[in-house]
Design a protein around this ligand. Structure first.
Ligand SMILES: Cc1ncc(COP(=O)(O)O)c(C=O)c1O
Length: 426
């Protein structure tokens, strides 16, 4: 791979990071497996960053894409687009937001950028509340609500962002509290903050932080926030780019772990819905979605080919109850990984739900992050035939496990065995 790696380095930006000392070129996939250009086969526990949601080369999606591509690839939003209307209807119905309107984009970044524009226009304010350790995308507006310095290349911002507590349960000043006290402390912090600032437009939050290392507050925290936000007229944007479509097993959306006070005002999605085709989107109540008084389009957003992929992928997910599979197989996998973690002194915590599992590594006997161990485990897992991800704030010390949602019990078992050996060797 050195030749392609050299060419990559010569022509692409330095900040476009690659995994592995000797990066791999993935040439094809099937089900939960991928192959590299040298013919090595890997069990895929990362799905191209939680994006291959159902399976690699899923025949239903491939067929829908090729049939649509054979009819028409692009027409633009100036003309009626049947697959776009159909997918919007399905997403609106699933969103939990009453009388929902859907706008399709090409990425999660663009979806969050749209959500921020809607919220700031609707509320007439450029103040945004965001969570520490968050990630919401790579554009100028989304970087400025990203509370993770290794993913924030600039502090310049079109927004005034205020970071609140709550996204990280087991680090920071409230880590030692019980769940109930933790929630109370975060709510008190939010309430206090809102007493000091003008009129924030919205709070944006990932129900489970993805890049941040699959960290989450206790269930119900965002419902408790909601009660405070409502009193101040502040909107709640749930960034479901990683948590959507049943990945967390127990819920179809991450916000449903915090649903006592109703759905969010705005929901954003991307990644898994297209199974690799570029679909992002934003869902909102009509008065919020329709508050813009100028035209706005995304030329490629909602393109017929991507929508056909999304429809086929979503149908497959629902018809095969992959949310239930994520709950069942993810439940077994997390138990297995907890048992492995208990025997490995570099594992501080195994956390997550469904098929969104984080293994936090530290220097043995301390709470100090161990990024070099995480990198070594990644390498060793790859040697053993398993692809996983990593993340976790600027320390990058959390292994991230998020396979396609069709993972079988046997594959979960096989992956866990490889990981155990990788942890031991690293
Ligand atoms: C929670 C979350 N929001 C937004 C984004 C940005 O999505 P994209 O990379 O499609 O622009 C990501 C990407 O990792 C994400 O994890």
């Amino acid at each position: 791979m050195t030749e392609l790696f050299d060419r990559h380095r010569a022509v692409l930006p330095d900040w476009l990071a690659l995994y592995y000392q000797d990066p791999i070129e993935i040439t094809h996939g099937e089900g939960r497996h991928v192959w590299d250009a040298e013919g090595n086969r890997y069990l895929d526990f990362f799905g191209g960053i939680l994006t291959t949601m159902t399976a690699h080369a899923l025949p239903e999606v491939t067929k829908a894409v090729s049939e649509q591509a054979g009819r028409i690839i692009h027409s633009s939003t100036l003309y009626l687009n049947r697959p776009m209307v159909e997918l919007a209807e399905r997403v609106a119905g699933l969103s939990g937001i009453p009388d929902a309107r859907v706008f399709f984009t090409t990425s999660g970044t663009e979806a969050n950028d749209t959500a921020l524009m809607l919220a700031t226009a609707y509320r007439g304010s450029n103040q945004i509340l965001a969570m520490r350790n968050s990630y919401h995308g790579r554009s100028f507006s989304t970087v400025s609500v990203t509370g993770n310095r290794s993913w924030s290349p600039t502090s310049l911002s079109p927004l005034q962002t205020l970071y609140v507590h709550g996204g990280v349960r087991d680090r920071g000043p409230y880590a030692g509290l019980t769940d109930e006290r933790f929630t109370e402390a975060c709510v008190a912090d939010l309430e206090d903050l809102l007493g000091h600032v003008r009129t924030p437009a919205a709070l944006i939050a990932e129900p489970v932080q993805g890049v941040g290392g699959f960290t989450a507050p206790p269930d119900g925290l965002y419902a408790a926030f909601r009660e405070v936000l409502d009193r101040h007229g502040v909107l709640w944007i749930s960034d479901e780019v990683q948590t959507g479509w049943g990945r967390t097993g127990e819920h179809f959306w991450g916000w449903q772990a915090h649903g006592e006070n109703g759905p969010p005002d705005i929901l954003t999605f991307a990644k898994g819905i297209g199974n690799g085709m570029s679909i992002g989107g934003v869902v909102a109540r009509p008065e919020i979605m329709n508050c813009l008084d100028a035209n706005s389009i995304s030329t490629f957003g909602g393109s017929p080919v991507t929508m056909a992929a999304g429809l086929a992928n979503l149908s497959y997910l629902l018809e095969h109850d992959l949310q239930g599979n994520a709950r069942r197989v993810g439940g077994l996998l997390i138990e297995r990984l907890r048992a492995i973690g208990a025997r490995a002194d570099s594992v501080r915590q195994v956390r997550g739900r469904g098929l969104m599992i984080g293994i936090e590594l530290t220097r043995p006997g301390t709470t100090e992050a161990a990024p070099e161990t995480a990198a070594a485990v990644l390498e060793a897992a790859r040697e053993g035939g398993l692809l996983i991800g990593k993340g976790g704030g600027h320390h990058t010390s959390v292994l991230r496990i998020a396979p396609p949602l069709s993972l079988t019990v046997a594959e979960a078992e096989e992956g866990a065995e490889i990981l155990e050996l990788a942890l031991r060797s690293a």
